[in-house]
Design a protein around this ligand. Structure first.
Ligand code: SF4
Length: 231
């Protein structure tokens, strides 16, 4: 088999990238805490423009106060706003949570649906949220969740050529094998937090350097002495 390098086809690179990241971050998984599909749906809606750590601080008292979709559906906007205020955009999020609870109660018999089509119609749940819930609560891969880390890394790795999430997802689905879709996001998030951060790509310490077209450009730009990549 020819060696896969940064100039290899995107699908060949994607497989090697996955394997390497899997070895580097064997425990990478959804960092939102949840006990049910409903709790994951709520946590994912709250995670928009907010860190997962913050969401994980807010959800335990939130679910103690509103333990079920019924409880959310019967809450006032003000009550929910107060409970989620620190996650930001709390007015819209409270509206989404109450709307989602009512939709799930009235349209889906109290169960979070298991298809992309149905989930996308739940208030507050776009395609990314649907992918997170389907993949992590139900083990169903209908797409690739593209969050800010997955978007940035896919672009830097030359696997996508857009920051537009739906288009980026389509490009990733074409090159990443389906069985890897859910973990793909977790692994890119782990690497995006540890090495290829939004503030700086630490290319000299990156296990993907030899597979990444951006890494070599960054190295030339910084003109620092090169360190051999692991591979
Ligand atoms: S080589 Fe640099 S740009 Fe590429 S993934 Fe690694 S840290 Fe990010």
């Amino acid at each position: 088999m020819p060696r896969v390098t940064r100039t290899s086809a995107p699908d060949a690179r994607a497989r090697v990238i996955f394997r390497r990241l899997r070895a580097e971050y064997p425990d990478a998984k959804c960092s939102l805490t949840f006990r049910s599909p409903w709790e994951l749906l709520v946590a994912t809606i709250l995670s928009a423009q907010c860190t997962d750590d913050r969401v994980n601080m807010v959800t335990p008292p939130l679910f103690e106060r509103f333990p079920t979709p019924e409880a959310f559906a019967g809450a006032t906007q003000g009550e929910v706003e107060e409970a989620i205020r620190s996650t930001g955009f709390f007015r819209n999020k409270a509206k989404s949570l109450i709307g989602a609870a009512r939709c799930i109660l009235h349209e889906h018999g109290g169960e979070v649906p298991r298809t992309m089509k149905e989930l996308k119609e739940v208030p507050g749940a776009g395609r990314k949220t649907a992918n997170v819930v389907l993949g992590n609560a139900y083990g169903i891969a209908e797409g690739v969740a593209v969050d800010t880390h997955a978007s940035r890394l896919s672009l830097r790795l030359g696997l996508t050529d857009t920051v537009e999430p739906v288009k980026a997802e389509r490009e990733l689905m074409a090159i990443v094998p389906r069985r890897m879709w859910t973990d793909w996001t977790h692994l890119l998030i782990a690497h995006g937090r540890a090495v290829c951060t939004s503030r700086k790509a630490h290319c000299d310490a990156c296990i993907l350097f030899d597979l990444c077209p951006t890494g070599v450009q960054e190295r030339r730009r910084s003109a620092r002495p090169a360190r051999a990549s692991r591979g």
